[in-house]
Design a binder for this molecule. Sequence first.
Ligand SMILES: CC(C)(COP(=O)(O)OP(=O)(O)OC[C@H]1O[C@@H](n2cnc3c(N)ncnc32)[C@H](O)[C@@H]1OP(=O)(O)O)[C@@H](O)C(=O)NCCC(=O)NCCS
Length: 139
Amino acid sequence: MVVSTRLAQARDEEAVFALLPQLLDVPRAGREVFRLLLSSDRGAVIVAEEGTVLLGLISMSFNPAIRYGGNYAQIEELIVDEAARGKQAGAILVRAAIAEARRRGCHEIGLYSREHTRAFYEKLGFVYSGPEVRLNLGD
Ligand SMILES: CC(C)(COP(=O)(O)OP(=O)(O)OC[C@H]1O[C@@H](n2cnc3c(N)ncnc32)[C@H](O)[C@@H]1OP(=O)(O)O)[C@@H](O)C(=O)NCCC(=O)NCCS
């Protein structure tokens, strides 16, 4: 399998939203945010493909933090289509996100990892740094 990556484009929207249920319930405002990320310095979406088949995506936000004196990158969503898993597409997407975050001048990259994917990220060099604390602000 030859997997290539590139920044997502408007024409990827349907394929991207067809994959999202493999990770989460599709958010209400998701499409507006996806479109914003295509042309914004707030974040980016990268897709992986084999030929013309979209295998997966990774999205991230770029966030300013005083402690860095600049931005850090937060991986928001990572999904590889069930049919394409286990063939390095996920690792390729994470490496592409790291390269894009570096290119944008980010000082660090991280995510709120799920317990069952922690080892996947650790293989890619991420270091476990403790559980998160969050508050749902609801509607
Ligand atoms: C997690 C996910 C992105 C991995 O994608 P993938 O393409 O199957 O993973 P890769 O083939 O690139 O795996 C790279 C390496 O990590 C390992 N790995 C993959 N998933 C793993 C997991 N859940 N736990 C531990 N190791 C894992 C692979 O065995 C491989 O190891 P190797 O390089 O020694 O052979 C994919 O399973 C997925 O989309 N899951 C559903 C959505 C999800 O949970 N996303 C992550 C949200 S935090």
